[in-house]
Design a binder for this molecule. Structure first.
Ligand SMILES: [Zn+2]
Ligand SMILES: [Zn+2]
Ligand SMILES: [Zn+2]
Length: 273
């Protein structure tokens, strides 16, 4: 399984759209891995996770090919993860010469996502269709076994974290969330889940944070608990992701601070496991 991070910032981007704080000025000076766009990832160049306004930038900069995506999982309807106005561009007469296999895009998520699409009414069902995936249920999505679990995040946003398995590999994609709620741990233990890769919300970087989003203290607690219950071991790759400029720490300093406990995500990063 391969995970590619296209966007690794929190909602405002880094540098922030309207921000002139020292972390944003520093990011502009340093460039490279310190420039972070809004949240998006893709598994095996096939299963897209989230659809922010920065998606088009990811198409231009990183070769994301939306004409060969059949399914996307949406974590929640905050604008840094879901920008349904863009679906207008998929209508017939606007998105032309699509291969028949890729004619319809299936968008998976909570009902709040469906409302986001229906309220706009900007794209024909011939081109975009919604598939509800209720919490604590599993669906086969293009050969991937996908389970939605509850997140500790804005409860009006339909937020969930995803367990994604194929063949003998399993990924946990935990954005956006605070320290995972009890139902998540119960699900891990009841189903004897083992993860090869864990992407942990670290909006607060090296600072502390536990509710809504996490900081390093809660990320460490989550990692340790996964190790303790056998949901992970020394072979599991843990990656911190979804950083706010308010955490102030640039890429190099963050990677140095966390040592070999975690990878630090950056836009365009790909990991095979
Ligand atoms: Zn977010
Ligand atoms: Zn800033
Ligand atoms: Zn959010």
């Amino acid at each position: 399984m391969k995970l590619t991070y296209y966007g690794t910032a929190a909602a405002e981007g880094w540098p922030g759209v309207f921000c002139r704080c020292k972390a944003c000025i520093k990011a502009k000076e340093l460039g490279g891995r310190n420039i972070r766009t809004r949240s998006q990832a893709c598994i095996d160049d096939t299963l897209l996770i989230d659809f922010p306004a920065d998606t088009y930038l990811h198409v231009l900069n990183y070769g994301l090919d939306l004409t060969r995506i059949k399914n996307m999982l949406i974590t929640h309807n905050h604008m840094d993860h879901f920008y349904p106005a863009e679906f207008w561009c998929r209508n017939e007469g606007i998105a032309n010469d699509l291969e028949p296999e890729y004619e319809v895009l299936y968008v998976w998520g909570d009902k709040a996502i469906l409302n986001g699409i229906a309220n706009r009414g900007e794209c024909s069902e011939k081109r975009v269709q919604f598939r509800e995936l209720p919490l604590l249920t599993t669906a086969d999505v293009e050969g991937y076994c996908v389970t939605a679990l509850p997140a500790d995040h804005d409860q009006t946003s339909g937020c969930r974290i995803y367990v994604i398995s194929k063949d003998d590999k399993t990924l946990l994609y935990a954005h956006d969330t605070g320290f995972p709620p009890a139902e998540v741990w119960e699900y891990f233990e009841a189903n004897h889940l083992y993860f090869d890769f864990v992407s942990i919300d670290d909006c607060s970087g090296l600072n502390s944070g536990r509710r809504g989003h996490m900081g390093l203290d809660a990320a460490d607690e989550m990692r340790q608990r996964m190790l303790d219950i056998g949901a992970a071991d020394s072979k599991t790759i843990f990656c911190l992701n979804h950083f706010s400029h308010n955490c102030l720490t640039n890429y190099d300093d963050m990677q140095e601070a966390v040592g070999d406990r975690y990878l630090i995500s950056y836009d365009g990063m790909s990991v095979e496991f």
